[in-house]
Design a protein around this ligand. Structure first.
Ligand SMILES: [Zn+2]
Length: 429
């Protein structure tokens, strides 16, 4: 789906609904705007339920300050305007008070964007604006000043966050990714100290291994069409279940011995369409499409493990919390977790970009799931649904473990109980 083709009213409604449904704003909080090529500003209205916003509710504030709309513009219009005045490269702004970012805002710390590889590039420079009265000229000045210094996202002291972007979708991605970093850091802090990536480690993300040679695909088989649909649906579902964010999460499904379908790089996961999925054949990519950065890792896993039919990697927040701390992800919580996940090894950061073989070797018959440090959880399966189920079970188990930690800690199934489960459900002695 091409978001750029949507009218500013529809862009604002679609993303405000997403912010609300993802739990990143309350009914009354938060606002968004777009400055169009005429210099006119489209903004969400004041005092309207964010959960049921319609396109007619959006307010247009023209360059000459004339207002068109059935409501007043958001009370924070002054700071939106102030930002556009100092940063002509920004065309979209998102402001809200999601609880994790508010936690950072009220302890006056900036969330760590080096906790996962892609966040620093997405969020841009994150600055800080001192407190001022909402809707006041002083708040506008304080925020505009922080944007003037080249920051793209600003943590607002005792208030929330405001993110600017080259368009509204870009601003939204910055906002959602920054919120994810905040949520992840909070989850991880319940387990211990979280680790951050060095500049050198973050730079590994810039590798160009996904620029494989291209090929012109033949006519699509019905099977391929069906798998494209399934991948698209599972990515939307993963997003709606908060197992993926707009900017992260990879799904691939095997098509044949030397071919598979994989999600693209750089596309919003919730807007993903069947035509965005990339066919890989003999280590070549479908013409003019860019597969996920981890395409060679997936290729290697399919090559080494004929039984694997699907691979998913995602930054599900609870499971990923284990990847950014030294805490062990012990799956001996309940039978379902141990049977589906078995033991989860933690692979150091780096091989996912440099040495695919190392990760592929860690996956075995009795190791269908791995954690990659400061990155993601990777699940495999004999079907896409099995890989997806493992991702969900991992996220549920991780959440139980984190919460259990606050209650006194896990009392794990013992060796005899674990062995009994292996014998009965995994045919191993
Ligand atoms: Zn606010």
């Amino acid at each position: 789906m091409n978001f750029d083709l949507l009218h500013p009213r529809d862009q604002l409604v679609m993303l405000m609904q997403r912010v609300y449904r993802y739990g990143m704003t309350t009914t009354s909080g938060g606002n968004m705007s777009i400055q169009d090529e005429n210099g006119d500003i489209w903004i969400t209205p004041a005092g309207v339920d964010k959960g049921s916003l319609t396109r007619e509710d959006v307010v247009l504030v023209k360059r000459n300050d004339e207002i068109e709309g059935r409501y007043r513009p958001s009370s924070e219009f002054p700071f939106h305007k102030a930002i556009y005045e100092v940063r002509h490269d920004l065309r979209g702004i998102v402001h809200a008070h999601p609880s994790a970012l508010v936690s950072f805002s009220i302890v006056r710390k900036i969330p760590p964007t080096s906790i996962i590889p892609q966040a620093r590039e997405i969020c841009g420079k994150v600055g800080y604006a001192p407190y001022a009265l909402p809707g006041s000229r002083q708040l506008g000045e304080s925020i505009a000043n922080a944007f003037r210094q080249g920051n793209d996202s600003i943590l607002m002291e005792n208030h929330g966050v405001v993110c600017g972007g080259t368009d509204l979708l870009n601003a939204f991605h910055r906002f959602e990714t920054l919120d994810f970093c905040a949520r992840l850091a909070i989850k991880a802090s319940m387990l211990g100290n979280y680790k951050e990536l060095s500049d050198k480690q973050v730079s590994l993300l810039k590798h160009k291994k996904n620029i494989l040679p291209q090929f012109e695909p033949a006519t699509l088989s019905n099977r391929e069409k069906a798998i494209r649909r399934q991948i698209t649906e599972i990515v939307h579902r993963a997003y709606d279940q908060q197992l993926m964010t707009s900017t992260e999460g990879v799904v691939s499904v095997r098509l044949g011995i030397d071919s598979f379908l994989i999600t693209p790089t750089g596309k919003d996961r919730r807007l993903l369409d069947v035509g965005d999925i990339v066919l890989i054949h003999n280590r070549k990519r479908e013409r003019e499409k860019l597969p996920s950065r981890s395409v060679l890792l997936h290729d290697r896993i399919y090559c080494d493990h004929p039984q694997i039919q699907a691979i998913i990697s995602a930054q599900a927040p609870n499971a990923t919390a284990f990847s950014v701390t030294d805490y062990i992800f012990d799956t001996r919580t309940i039978p379902e977790s141990y049977i589906l996940l078995q033991d989860i090894p933690k692979i150091p950061y780096g091989p996912q970009y440099l040495d695919e073989e190392k990760i592929s070797q860690a996956i075995r018959q009795n190791t269908p799931v791995i954690l990659i440090e400061n990155d993601a959880i990777l699940t495999t399966g004999k079907s896409m649904l099995e890989a997806y189920d493992r991702l969900e079970v991992a996220e549920f188990s991780a959440r139980s473990l984190i919460d259990a930690n606050l209650l006194g800690g896990l009392v794990a199934l013992d060796d005899i109980q674990a062995k009994e489960l292996k014998v009965k459900f995994l045919n191993k002695r």
